[in-house]
Write a protein that binds this ligand. Structure first.
Ligand SMILES: [Zn+2]
Length: 156
């Protein structure tokens, strides 16, 4: 059994739509070279960490070698092929999203469903927790939000 851990933080941007876990919401999104999907980026790093294949920036640096505004769903599918995901089964994934800009729980069901399709697992294996930062710091000031992911991979 292999444990993976990843996290990602982006600044919010009034000019971008919120894309979280590959799902688009009609709310203020994130700055970023890509679509700024903090959750999919944290998942990619957790998957790469579990099998010991460096980090997301190694495969998708935030420069002109990565297409601007690239969809993080496409990034995830590339990472799934890098780690040969078909050789593994995802035991479970525990997600924490720390934000005071948007409500996490009212998005959780849609995100859980989309992740279960992208990762080909049942929704019960994916848990999503929403947290605040007690109105403190860049998250409390609604300037940024953070996603943290832990997961376990087992042999398929
Ligand atoms: Zn990111």
């Amino acid at each position: 059994m292999l444990i993976g851990h990843g996290w990602d933080l982006h600044q919010h941007s009034a000019n971008r739509n919120l894309i979280l876990g590959g799902v688009s919401f009609d709310e203020e999104g994130f700055k970023g070279h890509s679509d700024g999907d903090i959750l999919l980026h944290a998942i990619c790093d957790a998957l790469l960490g579990a099998i010991g294949k460096k980090d997301l920036g190694y495969y998708f640096p935030s420069d002109e070698s990565t297409p601007k505004n690239i969809s993080s769903t496409n990034i995830l599918s590339e990472i799934l092929s890098v780690i040969e995901y078909e050789k593994f089964s995802l035991t479970n994934m525990d997600i924490t999203i720390i934000s005071e800009k948007f409500n996490v729980q009212d998005k959780a069901e849609k995100i859980q469903k989309n992740l279960s399709e992208l990762l080909e697992v049942s929704t019960e294996k994916i848990n999503i927790k929403g947290k605040s930062s007690d109105h403190y710091g860049i998250i409390g000031d609604q300037k940024a939000s953070l996603a943290i992911v832990s997961l376990l991979l087992d042999d398929a």
